[in-house]
Design a protein around this ligand. Structure first.
Ligand SMILES: [Zn+2]
Length: 407
C-alpha cells in the first residue's frame, strides 16, 4: 500500500529568511490573484479560459514587465505551483466539489508557497534547505518517513511552518480488533456501540469569549497603529490555539478508535450539505437560518468532516476499514424488536420502544443501529461505500469547505 503522509514542523528562520518568505508568499498570492482576475475577464468576454501552459506563458510576460519584474526574486517553481493550485481550484469547482475560486487574502490561507523540488532534508542536523532561502533549522519533533515529494511553507500565528509531504510503501498489518458503530452528535461528540463516549469538542465555545473580547479590543484601536497590530496578533494567537486544540482532540479520538476496531461503521452524513443548506441560496434564502446556523456552527466546531477523513485513512493504515451507512432510521429503529417509529425517540436523549418497551440512551441506540447497518451492507456484498483510501488528502480541502460556510 502506498502511504502518503505529511510531516509538519516549525521553522526557525533568521531575519533575512523570514523577510524573504513573506515576500515569496506575497508574490505567490499576487500571481494567484492576477491569474484569477485574468480568467474572470476571459470568462466575462465569452472567451475560453487559459490552461496551465497558457498561465505559465502569462507569468513569463509579467516577469518581463518592468512593473512586476520583482516577481523574478521568488522561485519560479513556487509561482508555477500557485498557478497549478488555481487550475486545481477550477477543476474542483467544475466537478462541484468546491465553490468558485476565491481571491487570496493576506493572513487567511494566503501566506504560503510550495516547492515541488530543489529542497534538501538533513534530518540528522534538524535542518532543511529551500531554494533561494538556504539552510534553515526546524523544530524536529519526529523523524520524517518516506520519500519527500514536496515542501509547503506557510505562516500561521506569526510562526513559519514547513509541511513535508512524503510517500512510502507500507505493509498493511492484520487488524485484531472487532467491529464498532459510531453515532455522531452535538451533546456527545461520538457514541460507540460498545458504550464508549467521546465528549464534545467545545474548544471553540470555551475560547469564543476570549476571541470576541480580543476582537472588540482590536476594533477600538486605531487601524494599522502599533496597538492595533498588537491586538491583531492576539486575535491570531487565539485562532491558532483553537485550531490546535481541535486538531489534537480529533487526532487522539480517531487514533484510539482506529487502533481498537478493525471495522468502523459511521453514518454517511453529508456534512457539507447540512451546513450549506441553512443559509439557503440567493433565490431561496434558508428558513430558520439563525437556529440552523447555530447547529451548523456546532457541527463545524466538532469537525465531523475532519473526523471522518482521519478515520478513513487511519483505519486503512492499521489494516481495518471504514464503512459508511445510509443514515435512514438509525435513530428510530428498536435494536431489540426492530420496530421503526418516530415515537420511539421521545426526547433527544432517550430511546423508548413503543412496541416492546426497550429503553436505552438514544445515542447508544443510534450507534448499535449504525453497526448493524454496516454488517448488513457487507453481507449484501455492497462495498461501494467502504472507504479504502490510504491517502491523507490535503487538510486544505476540508478547511476550504469549513471556511466557506463559517459565519
Ligand atoms: Zn422494541
Amino acid at each position: 500500500m502506498l502511504r502518503l503522509q505529511a510531516f509538519k514542523f516549525e521553522l526557525m528562520p533568521d531575519g533575512g529568511q523570514a523577510r524573504d518568505m513573506r515576500r515569496f508568499a506575497g508574490s505567490c498570492r499576487f500571481v494567484f490573484n492576477k491569474a484569477l482576475a485574468m480568467q474572470q475577464e476571459l470568462h466575462a468576454a465569452d472567451e475560453k479560459k487559459l490552461g496551465y501552459a497558457g498561465l505559465c506563458k502569462a507569468l513569463t510576460e509579467w516577469k518581463a514587465d518592468p512593473a512586476t519584474a520583482w516577481l523574478c526574486d521568488t522561485p519560479s517553481q513556487a509561482l508555477q505551483q500557485t498557478l497549478k493550485d488555481l487550475e486545481r481550484a477550477y477543476t474542483k469547482f467544475f466537478s462541484k466539489r468546491a465553490d468558485f475560486p476565491r481571491f487570496k487574502k493576506k493572513g487567511r490561507s494566503g501566506d504560503s508557497f510550495r516547492y515541488p523540488q530543489g529542497y534538501k532534508l538533513d534530518q540528522a542536523n534538524g535542518r532543511l534547505f529551500l531554494p533561494k532561502l538556504g539552510w534553515m533549522r526546524y523544530r524536529k519533533s519526529r523523524d520524517v518517513l518516506g520519500t519527500v515529494k514536496n515542501v509547503t511553507v506557510s505562516q500561521s500565528g506569526g510562526k513559519w511552518f514547513a509541511s513535508i509531504q512524503t510517500e512510502r510503501e507500507a505493509e498493511i498489518p492484520v487488524h485484531q480488533g472487532g467491529a464498532v458503530g459510531i453515532d455522531m452528535g452535538i451533546v456527545r461528540f461520538a457514541t460507540l456501540s460498545d458504550g464508549a463516549v467521546f465528549e464534545p469538542l467545545s474548544s471553540f465555545k470555551r475560547q469564543e469569549q476570549a476571541l470576541a473580547k480580543a476582537q472588540r479590543a482590536m476594533s477600538r484601536k486605531t487601524k494599522f497603529g502599533k496597538n492595533w497590530k498588537k491586538a491583531k496578533a492576539k486575535v491570531q494567537r487565539i485562532h491558532t490555539k483553537i485550531a490546535n486544540a481541535r486538531r489534537d482532540y480529533l487526532h487522539k479520538t480517531t487514533t484510539t478508535i482506529s487502533q481498537n476496531h478493525a471495522m468502523v461503521c459511521i453514518e454517511d452524513l453529508q456534512v457539507r450539505n447540512m451546513s450549506a443548506s441553512a443559509a439557503g441560496t440567493v433565490e431561496a434564502p434558508g428558513t430558520n437560518v439563525r437556529a440552523k446556523s447555530g447547529l451548523n456552527k456546532a457541527v463545524l466546531d466538532q469537525g465531523w468532516f475532519e473526523f471522518r477523513r482521519q478515520l478513513d485513512y487511519k483505519t486503512a493504515w492499521s489494516g481495518g476499514h471504514l464503512v459508511a451507512v445510509p443514515p435512514q432510521n438509525t435513530s428510530r429503529t428498536c435494536p431489540c424488536c426492530g420496530h421503526i417509529a418516530k415515537e420511539n425517540r421521545q426526547t433527544q436523549a432517550r430511546f423508548a420502544c413503543v412496541e416492546c418497551g426497550f429503553e436505552e440512551n438514544a445515542d447508544l441506540v443510534g450507534a448499535i443501529n449504525v453497526l448493524r447497518a454496516g454488517h448488513a451492507r457487507l453481507a449484501c456484498g455492497d462495498t461501494s461505500l467502504i472507504g479504502a483510501s490510504a491517502q491523507e488528502p490535503a487538510e486544505a480541502t476540508i478547511r476550504e469547505q469549513a471556511l466557506r460556510v463559517a459565519p
